[in-house]
Design a protein around this ligand. Sequence first.
Ligand SMILES: Cc1ncc(COP(=O)(O)O)c(C=O)c1O
Length: 463
Amino acid sequence: MTDRLTQLRQEILERTRELIRLREVPKPFLPGQSVVPYAGRVFDEEEVVAGVSSMLDFWLTLGPEGAAFEAELAAFLGVSRTLLVNSGSSANLVAMATLTSHRLGERRVCPGDEVITVAAGFPTTVAPIIQCGAVPVFIDNDPITGNLRIDHLEDAYVAGKTKAVMVAHTLGNPFDLTEVVRFCRDKGLWLIEDNCDSLGSRYGDALTGTFGDLSTQSFYPPHHLTLGEGGAVNVTKESLLKSVAESIRDWGRDCWCPSGKDNTCRRRFEWQLGELPQGYDHKYIYSHLGYNLKPLDPQAAIGRQQLKKLPGFIQSRIDNWSYLRRGLMDLADVLDFTLPTHATGWSESGFQWEAGKPLVTPSWFGFMMLVKPGGPLSRTGLARALDDAKIGNRMLFGGNLVRQPAFVQLAKDSQGQAFRVIGDLAGADRIMNDSLFVGTYPGLTREHLDHIIAVVRTSFGRS
Ligand SMILES: Cc1ncc(COP(=O)(O)O)c(C=O)c1O
């Protein structure tokens, strides 16, 4: 019987492999007719076979594949622990909620405490701050790096009220980690790095996502690797945050048994916590107000195959960004191009750098351009031209978030108490009004990139 089962399984997996090889053949590219996505899944038969194999096991809930993926991603990053969750948004929610734990004593984020963040970015980097009862304080973005304005950090800080900084590395470009880490250390603040768009980016010798107390990943298809849906919380150093984050992800429970296991602590009926009776089952003791934000095990099986491809994916994003930049190099009179943090310029031989600063190597999520005001074409004009040529393009997510209907409403409902704004947010407004980005993802071929370059060039009247 066992032999028959093994044989059937092998047949199914072999057939799956064959199907994917036959189906996933590149189609000829026809400029203007074929779609050039800004992002997408890049996979081969290995991901599908791993997913099918895990489905055949039918364990379903986070289990052996999840544990292996968590360990492998933690090893890649060099962090103490990685916890899988069902999205990058959930990862941000778990990370923020972790900082509200009573176990953190005086450093705990309490209702009404403030968290510094940046105005132009992704909404669910900010929403968890409010969902956890804290007050986001928006500082401005530098439109050229896309990242937070370091010089606005001090203005945002209020002694005794500010408890954390929570920001993303915009489109894979690491923010100034030297200054942000120093600021957080000097003031005793937590740092959450939203690393959702920057897996594989380097600041000096270290990867982003390893500098903060916590960091987060997204595995939604446009991201550097995909599990379909999914995300992760990284706990960078051995700390209390590990057990708290796990508790928040897993219903708020005190117990840390993996799914399907009992009595990992060997004291299952010996605990007395809260006002519960002595010996109440540890499996059902809740030390936090938690969620259940776990993904499925087959997703992790797919992710393990994606992880093997990650170094190649990262290199491809870097190469694609450089290719686009070279193809558009004579458009600097009409377009501003992103520069990595600490870079002062770009030429065909590479970036020029500020002296004495760490070298920054973004694992680019996208290629951002800002249309110069007063030029022949508006940002929306450029977006339309790209759309007409079937080239995927995106705005920098929510633009200046405080101008989004959700935040306008929140300001009204709370009579201005729900968040604070530092300065005029002119940089975030510039990003909102003038920028868009096209793809750098590993699925783009030279033909795709040449088509993007040609359409941008002709839109500005260049051959
Ligand atoms: C910076 C940033 N943070 C968080 C998220 C949320 O990730 P998810 O879509 O997996 O919820 C995204 C989504 O793209 C993002 O760009």
